[in-house]
Design a protein around this ligand. Sequence first.
Ligand SMILES: NC(=O)c1ccc[n+]([C@@H]2O[C@H](COP(=O)([O-])OP(=O)(O)OC[C@H]3O[C@@H](n4cnc5c(N)ncnc54)[C@H](O)[C@@H]3O)[C@@H](O)[C@H]2O)c1
Ligand SMILES: CC(C)=CCC/C(C)=C/C=C/C(C)=C/C=C/C(C)=C/C=C/C=C(C)/C=C/C=C(C)/C=C/C=C(\C)CCC=C(C)C
Length: 518
Amino acid sequence: MLVEMQIGLCDSVGRGYTIPGGSAGHFKREGYTFDVGSSMMFGFGKEGTTNLMTRALESVGKHLDTIPDPTQIHYHLPVSKAHPDGLHVRVWRDYEEFVEELTACFPHEAKGIRGFYGECWKVFNALNSLELKSLEEPRYLLQQFVRAPLACLTLAAYVGVNAGDVARKHIKDPELLKFIDIECYCWSTVAAVDTPMINAGMVFCDRHYGGINYPKGGVGRIAELLVDGIEERGGEVRYRAGVQRILVENAPADGDPGEQSSRAVGVVLTDGTEIRAKTVISNATRWDTFGRLISEEQMPEAEKLFRGRYKLAPSFLSIHAGVKEQVLPPGTDCHHIVVEDWARMEEPLGTLFVSIPSLLDAGLSPEGTHLFHAFAPDWVADWTGLEPKAYEAKKERTADAIFKRLEAAFPGLAEATVYREVGSPRTHRRFLNRKDGSYGPIPSRRPRGMLGMPFNRTAIPGLYCVGDSTFPGQGVNAVVFSGFGCGHRVACDLGLEQGFPALDGPYNMLLGAIRDRV
Ligand SMILES: NC(=O)c1ccc[n+]([C@@H]2O[C@H](COP(=O)([O-])OP(=O)(O)OC[C@H]3O[C@@H](n4cnc5c(N)ncnc54)[C@H](O)[C@@H]3O)[C@@H](O)[C@H]2O)c1
Ligand SMILES: CC(C)=CCC/C(C)=C/C=C/C(C)=C/C=C/C(C)=C/C=C/C=C(C)/C=C/C=C(C)/C=C/C=C(\C)CCC=C(C)C
């Protein structure tokens, strides 16, 4: 069985890369250990069922020490009549402390704040009481409904709902609604009205329940330990092994060896090596899986419908820098978000993100310095067709402008910078092998919560998708959930775990019909 074929990083010509982890990997430069992308870790809690990172490592016999972050985000938001010096909010690990800080900024919305975040807790508590496995496996789903009917009914009630609609039930102040928008935008890259409520429940509560915890040694340690665990259990992880094509051929059908059907039977690597397997799981985005690894002509109808519902999110402009420690006064938070003008929040380079994990783990940067990772959403189209010199100059110019804007929150930043390396959306496309370097799928029209998101099975037998183009979408712990679900579904399909084959067909037709109608 070929399970994780895509652990190694790839570059755009598909030669394959040398480190594991994708967006959640890390790389080293001149004594700094920089996170590729992901740096704010959910799912590392000790209790409940939503601590998916802890459980993923446990599943291969590994444990990673983490460092608790006292705040999730320090927001630096625009000036308004009510907040002439700008709106400054810290999302504290302690829920009450966060609610008190937000309420102090919007005292007239005290009830609305508790009402909205209280509804998020309803969703989270329901999620946190279920065993989290494949929702496209009817036996498991029925068991959960019998074991925890109230939790399942709660989730069923919210699965088609968006966070912005719930927020508007409780909150009237337009500035506070903007705050809820940035709370969603910073991880979903869309405003609250387009963000599924179940995902909002997960993010807005796990940060207080399990907390945000930084992996000691850097985010890339997660993937490195997973690789160790897989190899110790007899698995193999290949690097420099870019998949060029998924093989789809006529082969004996599941459950009826006498009948032939078109199915995925393996992959061809860029060096021509052919690997045959019963199961192929693609962790590439749906746009790369269908259209590149599977030809356009072989694209199933369901995938064409998916492209009507979802489009690619922008990529990022990333600045990986080293700064003198004096520029960060004691008490500086690890994660910051800066918005100077609400009207520009969703524009390219409009919202600035900053992550300074060496404040939590001093071993990540040389003595007397901190690593300073700043990034902002941006589109690849603005970076194409440039000569190498013009491309380099544009990267430096853009980084200078971003550092200048960050001076308001970090006075003296440009002068204190001792190392700087700039990545554009082209860099993301190249090293992560994601179409246009995209962060993931975003709805192309108002979504019905998560109902339009596909699970792991595809219309091609033997081919599964996993990662952020599958339910429940973007986010490291979200893609870990998709991994657990996919593993469970594949194990049932291969007869390694007990499923409910008689119900599979009708149940999956029903799920598909709901998905294709939203
Ligand atoms: N928490 C944060 O701060 C933060 C920041 C950035 C990104 N993220 C999250 O990380 C998530 C991404 O996770 P993911 O696992 O879905 O995607 P990913 O891009 O991280 O991983 C996909 C992997 O597949 C490999 N791959 C792609 N095409 C290949 C091919 N043809 N052959 C071989 N290997 C190939 C890639 O090289 C990569 O290693 C995003 O959804 C995003 O939310 C989080
Ligand atoms: C069948 C059906 C459909 C139904 C029935 C009912 C039920 C039972 C249901 C159920 C459901 C479920 C289970 C679901 C699940 C879900 C989940 C798990 C979810 C998760 C999610 C998560 C998330 C979203 C996350 C995210 C995160 C992120 C993205 C992050 C990011 C971040 C960033 C980028 C930022 C950074 C910052 C700075 C640096 C400042």
